[in-house]
Design a protein. Structure first.
Length: 514
């Protein structure tokens, strides 16, 4: 039970996520003339090596297709390396554990959470086949530690043993190689090759900087979105990138979305940022300082030195991010007693597997001092509240009034402004005092390319672009404006399903071209 509780609030993914990638083929390279691009021939090209791309490559190869899997970065896996578990409903493991879930009810819950901004047919198919996808991974040797939930939600989150990195590198990669998949890293895709309106391959750049044309009967884009591209975040989500700290794998620059758009696909209809918790810029995932400042339900104030929500919203990671990013600036405020309490009693909310609830924050004081010594511009310390307000750049009188009112709520055990749970009402009264500029964690993006139920990219008339398939978080239709933690592990779940589904349909299309 203790082990299961320690898994409860993690969701790196997160889910499922590749990187903009690309690669070579599984046949001999041809160089026709000096200066011309080298060429390769294959059946299916998969662009991206996260859960969606690797699932696509393994599935396509298992059906007899020649497959080239292309990776933009120097290593495979992308953000899926950090993913901790996968969504599934009515899986073998759930049944063995006596966990009963209502698949139809889960779909309705996802509709409600997203205000019906998700595509019901797409999510229905993910849920319908999710148990099969777990069995498929089990067949490769993948091990799961438990099935749990993120708080009070349904127990749909199948937690990997060893995170996604082990799943991708120790099980899926060897399986792909055994099936003959050619994996090329450091080989970014540049554009799709088109022939009479049909996709017939990709243009890539090899590790040594040479151009490579890969001729294929179908292409699967699984590049993991645009979470590292500030311009695309502004364009597709209308959010301010300065309010986020990027914490996913590098390379998510929207390559797949841009290639699909150039081929005539509809893009950018329902894109969002996958935000999971708050933190302090200048810290890392394992930082107790970042978790304490961003994830504790302490006193939060905005640029006007005023509270703006019930801070215990942070129990729901994504909603805590939404609250913080509604403000121009957001700060969390501690006193010295709170620093001591966290060291003795441990984290309240924590952040995933990196710092689970109840973990004693015994490194917090040292990290805090290092941040101050290193002049981290987001960390402030003062002997008085007036001085702290000055350092944070907020109005002194308003800040002092806010703290006075908040402390009264703590004394009375009743938050008269936002009805924050009384057990999280800790006063700010003992100096020295600390302030932290907090921002939302950006793991990656969600959505980008309109697809149909075959995972084909479609144009403005909803007609498929022949030969072009999309998997993972490059797909529109699976999230609303907020990543859906009502289905824990949803990013990995949709990545696995869409990877396999796109591969099945891509192979079928490829065989029809013979």
């Amino acid at each position: 039970m203790k082990k299961e509780i320690k898994k409860i609030l993690t969701f790196f993914l997160v889910s499922s996520i590749s990187i903009s990638l690309i690669g070579c083929g599984s046949t001999k390279v041809n160089q026709t003339q000096a200066g011309a691009a080298a060429t390769k021939q294959t059946d299916v090209v998969v662009v991206g090596s996260g859960m969606s791309g690797m699932s696509a490559a393994v599935e396509a190869a298992s059906q007899g297709a020649k497959v080239i899997l292309l990776e933009k970065q120097g290593a495979i896996g992308g953000s899926s390396n950090f993913a901790e578990g996968m969504f599934a409903s009515e899986s073998t493991i759930q049944k063995q554990m006596g966990i009963n879930v209502d698949t139809a009810g889960l779909l309705k819950e996802e509709f409600s959470f997203s205000n019906y901004r998700v595509d019901g047919n797409l999510w229905r198919d993910v849920m319908k086949h999710s148990g099969e996808d777990i069995d498929w991974l089990l067949g490769m040797g993948v091990k799961f530690e438990t099935v749990t939930s993120t708080g009070a939600g349904a127990k749909t989150w199948h937690v990997y043993e060893g995170f996604g990195k082990k799943v991708i590198n120790d099980y899926m990669k060897p399986k792909a190689e055994k099936l003959g998949v050619e994996i090329m890293v450091s080989t970014p895709a540049k554009e799709l090759i088109m022939n009479n309106g049909q996709v017939s391959g990709v243009k890539a750049t090899t590790k040594d900087g040479k151009e490579l044309d890969i001729n294929a009967k179908s292409v699967i884009l699984a590049t993991g979105g645009f979470g590292n591209n500030a311009d695309m975040i502004k364009e597709l989500t209308h959010l301010d990138p300065s309010k986020y700290v990027q914490r996913g794998a590098p390379g998510h620059t929207g390559d797949g979305i841009n290639m699909a758009k150039a081929a005539g696909a509809v893009t950018g209809e329902r894109s969002s940022i996958m935000t999971l918790g708050n933190t302090v810029d200048g810290t890392n995932l394992e930082s107790q300082l970042g978790v304490a400042a961003g994830q504790e339900p302490s006193l939060w104030v905005n640029q006007d030195a005023k509270r703006f929500c019930n801070e215990d919203v942070i129990w729901y990671y994504t909603r805590g991010c939404n609250a913080v990013t509604t403000q121009n600036k957001a700060f969390s405020v501690f006193d010295s007693d709170e620093i001591k309490r966290l060291a003795v009693d441990g984290a309240t909310v924590g952040w995933g597997m990196y710092l689970t609830p109840g973990t004693k924050m015994d490194k917090l004081s040292d990290e805090l001092q290092k941040a101050l010594d290193g002049k981290n511009p987001n960390v402030f310390k003062a002997d008085t509240l007036e001085e702290l307000a000055d350092k944070m750049g907020v109005d002194k009188a308003t800040f002092q009034e806010t703290v006075k009112n908040y402390n009264a709520y703590c004394t009375n055990g009743k938050d008269a402004e936002y009805e924050k749970d009384s057990k999280y009402l800790h006063p700010v009264k003992t100096g020295p005092f600390y302030g932290f500029r907090i921002k939302a964690i950006d793991l990656t993006s969600c959505g980008g390319i309109r697809i149909n139920e075959k995972n084909e990219a479609v144009n403005k008339d909803y007609q498929p672009i022949k030969g072009l398939y999309v998997a993972g978080l490059d797909c529109d239709g699976y999230t609303g404006d907020t990543y859906g933690l009502t289905l824990p592990g949803s990013a990995q779940g949709l990545a696995c399903y869409t990877g396999r589904n796109s591969a099945k349909n891509a192979v079928q299309f490829s065989k029809a071209q013979n």
